[in-house]
Design a protein around this ligand. Sequence first.
Ligand code: NAD
Length: 264
Amino acid sequence: MQASALTGKTALVTGSTSGIGLGIARALAAEGANIVFNGFGDIQEIQGLQSAVEQEFGVRTAYHNADLSRPREISALMEFAAATFGGVDILVNNAGIQHVAKIEDFPPEKWDAIIAINLTSCFHTTRLALPHMKAQNWGRIINLASVHGLVASAQKSAYVAAKHGLIGLTKTTALETAQTGVTCNAICPGWVLTPLVQQQVDARAAKESLSNEQAKQALLAEKQPSGEFVTPAQLGALAVFFCSAAGSQIRGAAWNMDGGWLAQ
Ligand code: NAD
């Protein structure tokens, strides 16, 4: 059997117990990469996700429960990945949280948590992953930003600030690695129906007395011209493309996959 494109590589996908991270982990595993899972959730369910990926794609997986708001736990996660698989070749900074409120009502502790998880954690994983990637002259860093890294929406101050910051970090990382085999890019999804977005659907349904389906359509109609959600599998396919040889000169891009959101 011919080896798949990423056989022998190790991918750490933060926040991969759910949603987009899980979709990207599955897509990378389908190309042969071993996966380090991270994120919160019921340990039995996480073990179930791991064995499904191992059986379906014939790769090895590991799991670390680091809380990415804590730099010390991020160091432990990176050491664990190195000890288990020899180092991280593909780093997908995906873990993220959201909170929706006007600036004057925004709880300062929510601001701190969003900046810590959605932005600062990506600095820590990147700084700890780069030495191994540079030493072997190959690596891929993929930051899950958002359309909110490029444009704003009301009531999402911390999220928009973190995602704009993450695109800045992506560009600097790309410049510092420009003459190496390491690339760094950001993916900017529009609406993807994951638990993070379902919470916003639920809030809208409650506020406007809508059904779940009506609330979903209302959310899409406002911003996403396609009227359809982007899927984690589609985002996984883009991540695989960034990891391919054809992706080796894509550097510092903020690549939207958004059903037309940013075209307006
Ligand atoms: P999700 O809620 O389904 O998954 C988030 C993941 O992050 C989970 O695995 C969760 O356990 C993990 N996580 C949360 N806090 C953590 C912490 N402190 N430490 C470690 N792990 C933590 O969300 P999602 O929609 O799949 O979002 C994934 C990424 O994509 C986020 O960065 C999000 O901002 C971004 N994004 C999502 C959308 C969307 O429409 N869903 C759009 C654009 C960008």
